[in-house]
Design a protein around this ligand. Structure first.
Ligand SMILES: [Zn+2]
Length: 178
């Protein structure tokens, strides 16, 4: 993105905000003249269709994915900008694959893989929705795959914290069963 004032090539992103469906507003500062300007990025995955579990298709919407990720990230230290970046990278991956359709399950898995690197609590919460875990045992099994990778002693506290969070998530889960 060229600076509109001096045409320099490099700018620094000061802030990113969702500016409506499939659009991100970025406040930038030119590295060369230090003046600030705003850009809008629009993703090209708008034609992408999401195949739902029932087999019906609906257009992909950024807002829907972002809302799901945001819910999973509530009460964690993840910032709005990190969520935007995550959704960006999901969309970039889909665009790079050049697919016209993606199943809701695959979409969820892509987001999950990225969340896993960001925050374990958010990861498990998101997994609970996309993989439709039915019971606390399913959550615990998933937890073990997460915490089993490290030293079991040092991760015990973290595991309890996640389990507590999951319990409250399960309690408040709306009665959607497939
Ligand atoms: Zn400039």
């Amino acid at each position: 993105m060229l600076c509109p004032f001096c045409n320099a090539k490099d700018s620094r992103v000061l802030e990113s905000r969702v500016a409506g469906e499939n659009s991100v507003r970025r406040r930038r500062q030119c590295e060369s003249c230090n003046r600030r300007f705003t850009t809008y990025e629009r993703v090209e995955v708008m034609q992408l269709l999401v195949i739902k579990r029932s087999g019906s298709r609906e257009p992909y919407t950024r807002e829907k994915l972002r809302a799901g990720v945001s819910r999973a990230c509530s009460k964690t230290t993840i910032t709005a900008e990190q969520i935007d970046d995550l959704v960006d990278s999901v969309e970039n991956e889909l665009a790079a694959d050049g697919k016209r359709e993606v199943t809701a399950a695959d979409l969820g898995e892509i987001a999950l893989a990225k969340l896993r690197n960001l925050d374990q609590v958010a990861y498990v919460r998101f997994a609970s929705v996309y993989r439709q875990f039915r019971s606390i045992e399913d959550f615990v099994a998933e937890l073990h795959t997460l915490t089993g990778q490290g030293d079991p002693g040092s991760s015990a506290g973290e595991s309890e914290r996640i389990t507590a969070t999951i319990s409250s998530t399960v309690d408040h889960k709306p009665g959607q069963r497939s």
